[in-house]
Ligand binder design. Sequence first.
Ligand code: GUN
Length: 293
Amino acid sequence: MSAKIIDGKAIAQTIRSEIADEVRLLSQNHAKVPGLAVVIVGNRKDSQSYVNMKRKACAEVGIKSFDIDLPEQVSEPELIAKVHELNANPEVHGILVQLPLPKHINEENVLSEISIEKDVDGFHPLNIGKLAMKGRDPLFQPCTPKGCLELLSRSGISIKGKKAVVVGRSNIVGLPVSLLLLKADATISIVHSRTTDPESIIREADIVIAAAGQAMMIKGDWIKPGAAVIDVGTNAVDDPSKKSGYRLVGDVDFHEVSKVAGWITPVPGGVGPMTVAMLLRNTLDGAKRVIGQ
Ligand code: GUN
């Protein structure tokens, strides 16, 4: 058996063109342009490349990006003052503070200061709390988890009543994707670094979301035949045959798992492009909410 490849790059491109059309309509009919503030602190190479991707994607769909680059040494009060300034700016409909922040800054203190109406990352404790509660909806769902569910739905994979196993329990992916799957009526298990015998739990899953940050950890014989496998991992491994000296691999052993699974996302070109597409979607939705559309 050979898995169908879920082409995240192509699906994200479709979504981006849908967004570009809506942005055009908004500016024609209401003379409004959605705005996204992307804040980066310090000069981590990985964060810089993610932020550059996000800013470039904004430009491509007609969203105005506000670029805020702060030095590594910026203080927590200074960063919070910048967030307050963006909260008050009516041209800004979304605020994203790229994580991780330097060690001397408390992430929770900063994220809690972002206006929930502009929390396009969906990381504000109130938005996460609403995501966790039955009958409540957050103003924004976190982008990577939302992208995982969008990949499933656009591939015709139903969630309701299925067994879903999430590998990893981070605030950015593992926890919120579990909550989204639960809201979509899956029966969920979360496997993490302290789980005894994770393989046997993963082997029961109809849907596996791998977000552990461990290169090629999930092997072919851990997967139920026909399962849908969404790989959120992006791990750099040494590869002397590449000019850069490294290549990116997921948390899933693609070579093995693609022989067993029913569907699989590649790395790169699976979940990654969806995170950016969902950020654009959230920013547009935030702007439409303010404009009353
Ligand atoms: N760092 C890694 N992923 C993300 C994300 O989705 N949003 C932000 N703000 N930081 C991140």
